[in-house]
Design a protein around this ligand. Structure first.
Ligand SMILES: [Zn+2]
Length: 483
């Protein structure tokens, strides 16, 4: 070993034990500083994969732990996991919640106030499954891919709401690459595409992936059904394959993976309520009323129609105990669901396990549903994240609002977040600071391994500490011998 190397080692050890000695190690302090800058530049090149699993209730991770071994042990157990779920935005429906995750705005601010709604100024309706969802003017807020592309990043979007909209207004930008929604696409295919976009020639900085399950299975067969279990097993296998592919070239050190859902799922436990069965023809009193489900939104024709509707609906609510009727001014402020012309004068919100329809034409034969009050345990969404920007083995014990995902995504992409309703503060305790040169090494393991590794690390720390004075003395001895 050369003398300069010995001296460097000496200074490194001495600097951690005695402040007075560090003053003589200026040259080597510069070296340390340089290494730290290199780490920061590596940090900024980290890629980001966001996966949204529609209708993944956060408790699925416990309920189906035998099917979700990889997600539970190697992702959630190794990175950051919200053990009490994420507070979805109200109404807990797919389109509004996905636009919230993309923009960081509440539904009243981004304007997608449901999967199906009416705009009284345009006299038009927006409906999931129609071409209306491809028209830019319905959408307020800047999606994360637009903010990133505008700031020089390259982002791919797979099947996420808004990916097939041509954004031009207010300086908004389109994704670098798009794979449109196709219900036949498996999660594995989407993850393969995401991998190729990020680690192939195009070298995209980030990809957002939407997947329509376990929501579909939850609707068809119920929240805790065998069908949900089978779908989750397949999802777990696709995630495992993706991470195994990353490890082949050690790419897991260069990517943050965030897995979320839009809302939870609950079983339908009561007979449907049809307003027409109680002698109320809502359409007769309304300019527009959607069909219903977990939410029924009514624009009354005029004030006298509104009073008539209130009288009838209050009676039906008392008889059936299946919903709560809100006048717009009485909607709870915690829902942030009031200040938008697309939110009508009367909003009916079904109680958990109920479905409410204006008439029998709108009835749906489903076993599970969402859209209810976001405070319900059953409506809470899923969150976990792993990668070099996150601390390891972290549990978030408090539910946090879904709007906060947006500032997190912008932070991970190293772009300035446009105005939004979220706050990065909820994630700060779980994020690594850029100057912390912590080693991140993802590997497949189970919970017992993780515990053993933790114990080994802590005992290793104590060993290295106890060896420190001895190492110091040996080095001093070596230097004395050389001279
Ligand atoms: Zn959904």
């Amino acid at each position: 070993m050369e003398f300069s190397s010995l001296l460097y080692l000496f200074c490194l050890i001495a600097s951690s034990t005695a402040h007075s000695i560090t003053q003589s190690c200026g040259q080597n302090k510069n070296n340390i500083q340089k290494r730290s800058y290199e780490f920061i530049s590596q940090f900024h090149e980290t890629k980001l994969l966001i996966i949204s699993l529609d209708g993944f209730h956060y408790q699925y991770l416990y309920r189906f732990q035998n099917e979700l071994t990889f997600l539970k042990n190697s992702i959630a157990g190794h990175g950051v996991f919200a053990e009490n779920g994420m507070l979805s935005t109200f109404p807990t429906q797919t389109f509004p919640c996905h636009w919230t995750m993309a923009t960081g705005l509440y539904h009243e601010s981004h304007g997608i106030v449901g999967n199906y709604f009416y705009d009284p100024y345009m006299n038009e309706t927006y409906m999931m499954g129609s071409n209306k969802t491809k028209e830019e003017h319905w959408y307020s807020g800047e999606p994360v891919w637009s903010a990133a592309v505008r700031q020089g990043k390259r982002v791919g979007v797979i099947a996420w709401l808004g990916s097939d909209v041509d954004f031009k207004l207010q300086g908004r930008r389109n994704p670098t690459r798009v794979m449109p929604f196709d219900p036949k696409h498996k999660l594995g295919e989407k993850l393969t595409t995401a991998y190729n976009w990020m680690f192939g020639k195009e070298a995209l900085d980030a990809v957002m992936v939407y997947h329509n399950n376990p929501d579909k299975a939850g609707h068809e067969s119920g929240a805790a059904s065998r069908e949900v279990r089978d779908v989750l097993k397949e999802i777990d296998s696709d995630l495992r394959a993706f991470f195994q592919r990353l490890t082949l070239k050690n790419e897991q050190k260069a990517i943050n993976v965030v897995i979320v859902s839009d809302h939870g799922m609950t079983n339908i436990t009561h007979p449907h309520t049809f307003m027409s069965d109680h002698g109320l023809d809502i359409d007769k009193h309304a300019i527009f009323a959607d069909g219903g489900g977990t939410i029924l939104k009514i624009f009354p024709r005029d004030l006298s129609s509104e009073f008539e509707l209130i009288t009838h609906l209050t009676h039906i609510s008392n008889v059936t105990a299946s919903f709560i009727l809100y006048r717009k001014s009485d909607i709870p402020s915690r829902w942030h669901f009031q200040r938008n012309a697309r939110i009508p004068a009367l909003v009916l919100v079904a109680n958990e396990g109920h479905l409410i329809y204006k008439n029998r034409n709108w009835s749906e034969d489903i076993s599970g549903e969402h859209g209810y009050d976001n405070n319900l345990e059953s409506m809470k969404a899923f969150f976990t994240a792993v990668g070099p920007s996150f601390k390891s083995h972290q549990v978030m014990t408090k539910s946090f609002p879904q709007v906060s995902l947006f500032p997190l995504f912008c932070h991970l992409l190293n772009v300035t977040a446009p105005p939004n309703n979220g706050s990065l503060a909820v994630f700060e305790p779980f994020l690594r600071r850029e100057h912390q040169d912590e080693k991140y090494d993802w590997k497949e393991h189970n919970a017992r391994d993780a515990l053993a590794a933790q114990k080994a690390r802590s005992s290793g720390d104590s060993v290295s500490l106890s060896l420190l004075p001895m190492t110091f003395m040996v080095l001093v001895f070596l230097i004395l011998v050389i001279f």
